[in-house]
Design a protein around this ligand. Structure first.
Ligand code: HGY
Ligand code: MN
Ligand code: MN
Length: 435
């Protein structure tokens, strides 16, 4: 029986959860997966939409962090929070080095799904339970990590926890990050009880890691189309976020003649259509998904329309062509309407090629008992494993998403695919940490 494990609050694992998941021996990670999943599911969930709002350093995020700490301590793991607020659960002495690390993130986009991030963290603890159930002895330290603020939903920059740790976000840059209420990242950390004074690069920590493997729900349909439960990541498209500020002239919506208007909404609307055209031309993607209007009154012509562009492409040249084409069109529209335009790049991640040796090692481990080849997939979605790939060997496992839908309450995954992901991750961790 394949039951879609959805984030809609229908008990995804129901009463039968006490039994191990489909396909997993009793007392293994399959059963602990269901219990953890059910405990985490209600945190930050909007009952009206079934979506999640787990923004960095808010109450929901702190509840998720408390859950992580509880899982670590319940397993007798060494729990710590690093200088950037990322949470770590250690088995073995980190100082021994060459650690095998797994994990993901627990924060979400606005009204996001239940799986993007949490599936990787829950599966990591469940995989450890599975390995303990098998009596595996580890030759290397093992760690499970929750990287903070991966989605950038509150401060606008993706992967803050891993970027800070990898030195890809400076302390000054972190202090410049503010949320919609003008609260800076360090102040938000402080209000959440975390000391922001130590934030910054953590090369010593990364030097102790031999490999980082992140399990993540697939955000696409490649596995659904290929009929595989699990896949291995090959690459991440280059992608970024640009803010377009269209400034015009506030005026009365009912008394201002059309010819007398400097309405920034027109230039914004034309730019949204240009974004779709440029993306289609380049075989890329471009999305204006967030907008802020001032003064945002029904009967007021806006003074300012602020739109955020998310664009991604298979290679840098295509991405440059798309964003360049969109900006050129925006400037032409703005000029024709007497509008001032500023374009600011707020977040950028270059193309990621995951470590070939580690990728192939995962393929060997997962293919060893069967003649199945595990498909390697490229993705347009960013991940902490992508950020860290420039510093340490990283790899990703994807778990089938039957609809491909993500960043939505409709995100789902079948129960037995989730358990297959746990068992695959357990095999990978055993293969990497016990040799
Ligand atoms: O935006 C992304 O690709 C990721 O979900 N942060
Ligand atoms: Mn995401
Ligand atoms: Mn994610």
């Amino acid at each position: 029986m394949t039951q879609h494990v959805g984030g809609h609050g229908d008990s995804p694992v129901g009463a039968e959860a006490s039994s191990p998941g489909a396909g997993s021996p009793p007392g293994s990670g399959g059963s602990s997966f269901h219990t953890m999943w059910r405990d985490l599911l209600p945190i930050g969930r909007n009952p009206a939409s079934g979506g999640y709002r787990r923004f960095a350093w808010t109450g929901a995020d702190l509840d998720c962090r408390a859950w992580f700490k509880e899982q670590a301590e319940a397993r007798g793991l060494g729990y710590e929070v690093d200088r950037n607020g990322n949470q770590w659960a250690w088995l073995g002495d980190p100082a021994a080095g060459d650690a095998v690390v797994t994990g993901s993130h627990l924060d979400s986009v606005p009204d996001g799904g239940a799986f993007d991030g949490p599936l990787g963290v829950v599966s990591s603890f469940a995989a450890l339970d599975e390995l303990r159930g098998r009596g595996v002895r580890f030759a290397k330290p093992l760690a499970i990590v929750n990287f903070g603020d991966e989605e950038g939903a509150r401060f606008g920059l993706a992967c803050v926890g891993s970027r800070l740790t990898a030195g890809q976000l400076t302390v000054e840059g972190a202090h410049r990050l503010t949320d919609g209420d003008g609260v800076s990242l360090p102040r938000a950390m402080e209000a959440a009880g975390y000391d922001p004074d130590g934030i910054g690069a953590d090369p010593e920590r990364l030097a102790r890691i031999g490999a980082f493997v992140e399990l993540h729900v697939e955000q696409g349909r490649a596995l659904d189309l290929s009929g595989d439960r699990v896949g291995i990541a090959s690459a991440i498209w280059p992608h970024g976020r640009w803010r377009f500020d269209f400034r015009g002239e506030a005026n009365h919506a009912g008394t201002t003649r059309l010819v007398d208007r400097r309405d920034p909404m027109l230039s914004y609307a034309e730019t949204v259509l240009a974004a779709r055209r440029e993306a289609e031309l380049a075989g890329a993607v471009a999305t204006f998904g967030k907008i802020a209007v001032e003064p945002n009154g029904v009967n007021a012509i806006p003074s300012l329309v602020r739109g955020w562009l998310d664009s991604r492409a298979e290679d840098q040249a295509s991405l440059d062509a798309v964003v360049g084409g969109i900006e050129k069109a925006a400037r032409s529209y703005a000029e024709s309407h007497g509008i001032d335009l500023d374009v600011v790049r707020e977040s950028f991640t270059p193309v990621v090629e995951f470590d070939h040796a580690l990728r192939d090692e995962l393929g060997r481990i997962l293919g060893k008992d069967t003649d199945l080849t595990v498909p390697a997939l490229g993705t347009g979605a960013g991940h902490d494993a992508g950020i860290l790939s420039g510093t340490i060997p990283t790899a990703m496992l994807f778990v089938r998403n039957p609809t491909g839908v993500s960043h939505s309450p409709a995100e789902s995954a079948a129960e037995d695919d989730c358990v297959a992901g746990v068992l695959a991750l357990a095999d990978v961790l055993e293969g990497l940490a016990s040799r």
